[in-house]
Structure formats: C-alpha cells, structure tokens
Design a protein around this ligand. Structure first.
Ligand SMILES: C[S@@+](CC[C@H](N)C(=O)[O-])C[C@H]1O[C@@H](n2cnc3c(N)ncnc32)[C@H](O)[C@@H]1O
Length: 312
C-alpha cells in the first residue's frame, strides 16, 4: 500500500496575510481545496469564518472532508469544477463570498497516490483525468492525436523546446505498441531528447507531463472561464487571490487582473481608469516563496501569488 503523503500548502503566511478576513464574520471560497491545507489553517485561525470548499476530484475532496471534521459546522464542500460552480453559485448556497482563493494545479496526492499516471517517476495507467466524467484521458491523446496536434500541446502547454522531436518519437513508438503507462511515455520522452538534456536536475519529461495534464483537464480554459464568474459573485470590498505554478496560468491571471483594474494590457493606465475600475490590484508584482520555503518545500519554487480587491 502506498504511504500516505500530505500536500504542503504553499505561501501559507502570505496567503493568510493578504487574504485574511477583514471582518469577524466572513465567507471564503476555496475553489481548489485539495486536501484542505490552506483551508484548515484559515479555519483554525479565524473562528468567525465560513468556508466553501470546491474540488473537481471527488477522492481528494473526501480527504479534505475527513481532515476538516473538527470544523464541520463551518464548512460546505462541493464537488465540481470551479467555473461551473461559480456560474451556478446561487443553486449551491446563499452565502455571499468576501474572499475567493484558488491554488491552481494538482496536489501531491495526485502525483503520489492517485494512481492516475501524473508522475513520470511511476509506472501507472496513463489517465490524468481529475474528474471521471471527462471523456479523453492522456492515453487517448498520446495514441490518437496527430503528430501536429501533439506538438501543439507540448509547445503551447509545456513550452517544451523539443516538442517536435518528442511528438515524432511518440508517433513512431505507438505504431509498434499502444502507449498505456506513464513509465512507457517517460521512457520515450527520455530517449527523444539530446543526451545532455537527459541528466539535468529537472526530468526531461516534466514539461510533457504538465502539458498533457493541462490538455486532459482543459485547465487554461477552466481558469479563463472561472475568473469573470468569480469576480461577479465576489462581494464589494472582497478580495480574490490566485496561486499559479507556471507562466501560462500566471499570464492569464495577470492580464485578467489588469483588465479588471482598468489598466491597459501593455501596462499603461487608461484615462480615468482608477475612478471607473471595479477592482484594484493589491500585489503589483506576484508574491513568490522565500528561500527558506523553497528549501523546505521544493514544489513551491514556481508559485506566483496575485491578489486584487473589488472596490465597487
Ligand atoms: C494545488 S492543489 C490545492 C492544495 C490545497 N490548497 C492544500 O493546501 O491542500 C489544487 C487542487 O485543485 C483541484 N482543481 C484543479 N482545477 C480545478 C477546477 N477547475 N475546479 C475545481 N478544482 C480544481 C485539484 O483537483 C487539486 O486538488
């Protein structure tokens, strides 16, 4: 049986300090609750806080449920995608959120325990679906998408410089035998890249696995759809804070914040934008983990945290 692993919440102090409630009675939506690391800290620190926790993965939501039992009267857990839940928010609750928090991506549980092939260090069925009702799994994409489509996924979602070579090797390998496990895919990728690239600190399959996961779960579309809906359910005076883990997500968040705060996308302010803007950006630059946190938890190294406030 796999050892039980617990995800270490990233930027915990920074999240609490920038998103801690302004008033004694508040409602926080944790739209990506995972195992409930941030949620537990919020609930223990702020006794007047009510927390609505969302996750698209039912299994991890059950873990959060177990962990947050001591706070049962102050939580509501919902299984689903945050974009869907934000757009149908009134059908789940009449509590008005003052704080919305998203900690994007996947949890340590997914890599180490889920058995869904998220990790290139394990040999598991190549699935990667966070919710069971998704139609295409990673194995389907790898075995059926054209070489050109694979290049696009690896390039757009992984920013992988050897996208073409890797897609070519995959297309050749699958002619002989269907690629069904994470171990098989990791080995094909390893053999596709130049030898000096194989022995770097970061495994050569890192970006390919990230890209596939993003494609399978439609993660960037989910974020693009969810952001405006989150803003529309947020109460005036409320804050929204998002942790992203790669530049693709961070770019979406940054541009969206600028748009909502009335700044033009190239950074210049629009005339009178301050007076018309509904939102104000609180973190001019993304907050990043300090050296001590990265030492303690290397998985935090690429975290970028941005917060804005709804002023009207
Ligand atoms: C990085 S983990 C959250 C960790 C959590 N903050 C903690 O401290 O334990 C991200 C979680 O978000 C979930 N998730 C990703 N995209 C989602 C979406 N669009 N809607 C709902 N949940 C999502 C994943 O299943 C995963 O459990």
């Amino acid at each position: 049986m796999a050892d039980t692993v617990v995800h270490t919440p990233v930027l915990l102090d920074e999240v609490i300090s920038l998103l801690g409630p302004d008033s004694e009675v508040s409602t926080l939506i944790d739209g990506t609750i995972g195992e409930g690391g941030h949620a537990e800290y919020f609930l223990s620190k702020f006794p007047g806080l009510f927390l609505i926790g969302i996750d698209r993965d039912l299994k991890i939501l059950e873990k959060a449920h177990e962990r947050l039992k001591p706070y049962e009267k102050r939580i509501q857990l919902i299984n689903g995608r945050f974009s869907h839940i934000f757009s149908n928010y009134d059908s789940y609750t009449d509590r008005k959120p003052n704080i919305i928090f998203l900690d994007l991506g996947i949890s340590r549980y997914h890599f180490e325990e889920s058995g869904l092939g998220f990790s290139f260090l394990r040999d598991e069925p190549l699935d990667m679906r966070l919710d069971r009702d998704l139609k295409l799994d990673a194995s389907y994409i790898v075995n059926n998408f054209s070489g050109r489509e694979l290049v696009k996924i690896f390039f757009d979602y992984g920013e992988e410089r050897f996208a073409r070579r890797i897609a070519g090797k995959i297309a050749a390998a699958r002619k002989d035998k269907k690629i069904t496990t994470s171990g098989e895919l990791a080995e094909i990728v390893r053999r596709s890249v130049p030898p000096d690239y194989r022995h770097r600190r970061i495994h050569p399959a890192t970006k390919i696995f990230q890209a596939l996961r993003i494609a399978v779960n439609n993660e960037l579309e989910e974020l693009k759809e969810g952001l405006p809906q989150a803003c529309s359910i947020l109460q005036p005076g409320g804050r929204i804070g998002i942790i992203s883990f790669h530049s693709l997500e961070d770019r979406i968040v940054k541009h969206f914040y600028k748009e909502m705060a009335g700044n033009s996308l190239n950074g210049r302010e629009m005339p009178n934008s301050q007076s018309r803007a509904e939102f104000k950006i609180i973190t001019k630059k993304p907050v990043r983990p300090g050296e001590a946190e990265v030492q303690r938890n290397p998985a935090s190294r690429s975290a970028l945290f941005r917060v804005m406030r709804k002023v009207k």
